[in-house]
Ligand binder design. Sequence first.
Ligand SMILES: [Zn+2]
Length: 376
Amino acid sequence: MSQAVQLLRDLIALPSVNAAFLPPGDPHAGEAKVADYLAKRAAKTRLDVERQPVAPGSDNLIVRLSPLGQARHRIVLAPHLDTVGGDDPKIYRPTKKGNKLHGRGACDTKGSVAAMFRAIENVAGRKKRPSETEIVFVGLMDEECNQTGSRAFAKLRMKADLALVGEPTRCKVVTAHKGDLWLRLIATGKAAHGARPELGRNAIHSLAQCIVAIETDYAALLRKRRHPLLGHATINTGTIRGGAQPNIVPDHCEADLDRRTLPGETFANIRRELLGVLARRGLKAKLIDVKGFTCPALETDPGLPWVRDFMRVGRQKKPIGVDYYCDAANLAAAGIPTVVWGPGDIAQAHTADEWIALEQLERGTGMLTRFLLSLP
Ligand SMILES: [Zn+2]
């Protein structure tokens, strides 16, 4: 078994479910065990280890490999250490079946952790390593819920030529991803006795009409605007709440919407456009942003020299875009040119039987090691 596979087995065997998904004190919760394991291993390889405290018991782990000479460049390798949960405890036991390794985090995103950490270990072991480029591995906490790890890391304002954010992209370089807004649409009416509905104004009925307009007129409008790598923006009605009992005309109804955004879209311009679509049907509602933090889209110039070089190492001709949100936009917002990259397929992420093809893990480790060794 290769060292990358062995490392991934060890990481899967240390459950690190995002604490937000489990009751307090659950033994599977938190990134600390994985961070401690990697810190110990890094110290053995004589890599510099730092912690950035983010939440109680949950740090970003920062591991540095300094260049042979004076540092003039920097590359950041940034996979997240947390995973989603799972009902079956078997998922926390790494199991090799044929040419696949099964277990929670196998592809999202302990596979990236293993490939990136093995790559930095590989380079650290070479006499001929980069002379001017510092390599920084950052194990980020809390990607699966609020991305507080990458937001905190962004605040360090570390300068870098390139950051690779680990997600299962089948070792393809992803230069764009969609952003995400959670919107609450609120309709208000006038309460009345259920036997005299004509005396009230039914908020459920108003909101239902708004949702029809959003799912038809507004969705059609979104489909008209296409980004070359991301396609069109989308909207989904995820929840609805309203009314107290059958014999009262409801005076309040609200729905939560998930709006996936393209680069450049903001809450202010989305709000204007969406309420405009409702107004054209004579409808009125209130729209608020409920997330409390921004999740912008990612759009990195694929022509940047290190992005081009990395794609060349992977024999990739064109950059790609993905629909899902991840830590990359937060690093990009801090001024670091950022791409998403990692072994494994997003199709297996968050599934009851998560796995990674071992060929992907080996390919990713090799591709990244070669790229790091090619840096100045
Ligand atoms: Zn992930």
